[in-house]
Design a protein around this ligand. Structure first.
Ligand code: MSP
Length: 643
């Protein structure tokens, strides 16, 4: 065990800002196939995925939703974990950048770079929007106004911390040149050198002070650490780097491959290696930037409303069919087009026809001709050698292409063997052999060759379609595969006792299904109903913990420098005034509220909002994102409890 070879593979850590779609699923399924392959080969494998949870975008979305950033990400992260469970992703760890151990380690990393002189304090310059507290570049602030709120921006500069990225330009190019294969596909390397390094690397701003949702800079906690420094280091903090126990780090680092989308290659091949060089730690072996899953009309986008939901597809056709389609259809490294029609056609031809039929025909024949068990008396014949040679070829090709992360070519090669095995049935014509009792040994040999071929196929497809591999082997009377080497041993099993099972991939009626699928993919007819039905249920006991009371507004005033907030002084019936800050300034003037009674959640943890401690929350109804109405309870005595 000690000398077992290790394999460390990562996916990007995803932003939990929206639901993940088929493009994210593609990245993760690819990494999963590679990890499963290496595990089967006996590598001690560590497969990491996770979520990248800090930054202004999350802070803004949480604010919009009226929850804390942590509450906001928690619910989305739970959905991401469910998606990976559904897709049968075998990650060994799921890192969240809000995990305490990660936050501490990132601070240590920052401090180390700072102590070394690789991080220094300077000025961040740009066009500043005061109300939004945001910096913009000239190109973002078109017409000199803030792209968010439309108010004028002014040139400003702010103190910030910078990483001496410029010092690493030469070492980066040297590293790329002395490590062919570090960046793949290779063409991306030239893109990095010509587009980013040659024009001159600027030092990188690695802190922000315009928002709070991030890891505090250790030397100046009013600043938070730039999300990419926080995010990239997940690959080592997940292994315990910077913590008391870094045994996993010592075992698995450097990573064998960071699998990412092509849009984030720059971060992984310029920033990340430079950070590691600064830390004097080894660099990953490989950064592989795969292409995009596009739609016929171009990119998926939430605003176009054409985001493909993997859950709908997996539920209709099975997880393995979707995993197969994604890795077969798109040449890894290039962009590819997803379409419902292609998906269904592939399921029908490759899975139902080629693979599914091969299995069901074989099992049915072994049952019909031999009652389920292939006799030991077998006679070799024509076509056997060719089939065995094709099996060896399939294994070699699958291996070479999986090693190179050419998933689609690996599958194409495996399917050549599936077709070759189907052809063997035509060549040997078992139904004719069955007519002549003297041919029984030959027929037994043909059945044996078919079962052996299917067994080998089950091993070769196991990284891609783990459940299907198990289903196939169950019908062949075999335990789940545990060793890739099995795919190279034609003749491994002495005989087979088969058992007919369900059809592994039922044929789909293309036309009918296209319509039904389009219907299922349509935005919900009654979104409100869906929304209400989709709200997570809570136990009565949890609900009973919420204390709601009527309170009278004694005084109300704006909160300085916060144009959304009002400070309310309330009579809660106890005699001592209570302060609550509410984000309703856009809809109410102080005079609209003073003297009226409102409903307040009293037992929320107190929160500091712009320097004012808020003890509770005023209930209001959101009529739309643009219209909020406070629920008044005039005439009901202060302190009355709602039940
Ligand atoms: N949080 C960063 C990654 C930090 S890694 C240290 C991020 N997150 S993301 O959620 O926006 O994207 C994650 C990955 O999904 C990226 O590799 C991106 O390329 C990939 N994809 C997003 N849409 C995609 C497609 N339509 N097709 C293929 N991959 C796509 O970036």
């Amino acid at each position: 065990m000690e000398n077992k070879k290790t394999y460390y593979i990562t996916t990007p850590i995803y932003y939990p800002s929206d639901k993940l779609h088929i493009g994210h699923t593609y990245s993760t399924v690819a990494a999963d196939a590679a990890a499963r392959y290496k595990r089967l080969q006996g590598f001690d494998t560590f497969f990491l995925t996770g979520t990248d949870e800090h930054g202004q975008k999350i802070e803004d979305k949480a604010k919009e939703a009226g929850v804390t950033p942590k509450e906001y990400v928690d619910q989305i992260v739970a959905g991401i974990k469910d998606l990976w469970k559904l897709m049968n992703i075998s990650n060994d760890k799921f890192i969240r950048t809000t995990d305490g151990y990660h936050e501490k380690a990132v601070q240590k990393i920052f401090q180390k770079m700072y102590d070394k002189g690789d991080i220094y304090k300077g000025y961040y310059e740009g066009l500043y929007c005061k109300p939004c507290e945001s910096f913009w570049t000239e190109t973002q602030a078109v017409g000199g106004v803030c792209p968010d709120c439309g108010r004028p921006v002014n040139p400003a500069r702010e103190e910030a911390y910078f990483f001496r990225l410029s010092n690493y330009a030469d070492r980066l190019v040297e590293y790329y040149e002395s490590h062919p294969g570090f960046i793949e596909p290779q063409s991306r390397q030239n893109e990095m050198i010509n587009n980013f390094i040659k024009p001159g690397l600027q030092d990188l701003c690695v802190s922000r002070s315009s928002f709070k949702w991030g890891i505090p800079v250790p030397v100046e906690p009013e600043h938070v650490i730039y999300v990419w420094l926080d995010a990239l280091t997940n690959y080592i903090t997940a292994l315990g780097f910077g913590s008391e126990d870094d045994s996993l780090y010592r075992k698995f680092w450097p990573a064998d491959v960071h699998l990412i989308g092509k849009d984030i290659i720059r971060f992984h091949t310029i920033y990340w290696p430079a950070f590691l060089m600064s830390l004097e730690e080894p660099l990953p072996e490989k950064v592989y930037g795969h292409g995009w899953v596009l739609l016929e009309g171009g990119k998926m986008s939430k605003s176009k409303g054409n985001v493909v939901d993997p859950v709908i597809l997996a539920e209709r056709y099975g997880v393995d069919a979707l995993r197969y389609y994604l890795l077969r259809e798109i040449a890894f490294g290039s962009d590819g087009v997803f379409s419902n029609e292609n998906l269904i056609n592939r399921i029908n031809s490759d899975l139902a026809n080629d693979l599914g039929n091969l299995l069901s025909r074989t099992v049915a024949m072994v049952e019909k001709y031999f009652g389920g068990t292939i006799p030991a008396d077998r006679a070799a014949g024509d076509f056997d050698d060719a089939l065995e040679a094709a099996a060896a070829q399939a294994k070699a090709q699958a291996e070479a292409n999986l090693d190179a992360l050419n998933f689609s070519v690996a599958l194409t090669e495996i399917w050549k063997f599936v077709s070759r095995t189907n052809k063997y049935i035509d060549e040997t014509a078992p139904w004719l052999l069955a007519k002549d009792p003297a041919q029984a040994p030959r027929l037994a040999d043909v059945m044996y060759h078919l079962c052996e071929s299917i067994r080998i196929i089950s091993v070769l497809i196991a990284p891609f379609m783990p459940e299907t591999a198990v289903k196939i082997r169950t019908q062949l009377g075999l335990a789940p595969v545990t060793d890739w080497a099995e795919s190279g041993e034609f003749g491994k099993e002495a005989t087979y006792t088969v058992q007919k099972g369900e059809i592994i991939f039922p044929r789909i009626d293309l036309e009918k299904e296209l319509e039904a699928l389009a219907q299922a993919q349509k935005a919900p007819e009654n979104p409100l109903k869906e929304e209400i039905e989709g709200v997570a249920k809570i136990a009565y006991d949890d609900f009973a913990k919420v204390d709601l009371r009527v309170m009278k507004v004694l005084a109300c005033e704006p909160v300085p420098k916060a144009d959304k907030l009002l400070k309310l002084t309330l009579d809660d019936g106890t005699g001592a005034p209570r302060t609550v800050v509410s984000g309703i300034a856009k809809w109410y003037q102080p005079a609209d509220l003073t003297g009226h009674s409102v409903i307040v959640v009293t037992n929320l943890e107190p929160r500091m909002l712009r320097g004012v401690e808020s003890r509770g929350m005023v209930l209001s109804a959101e009529i739309s994102k643009e219209e909020i109405k406070v629920l008044f309870a005039d005439g009901i005595p202060a302190g009355s409890k709602l039940s």
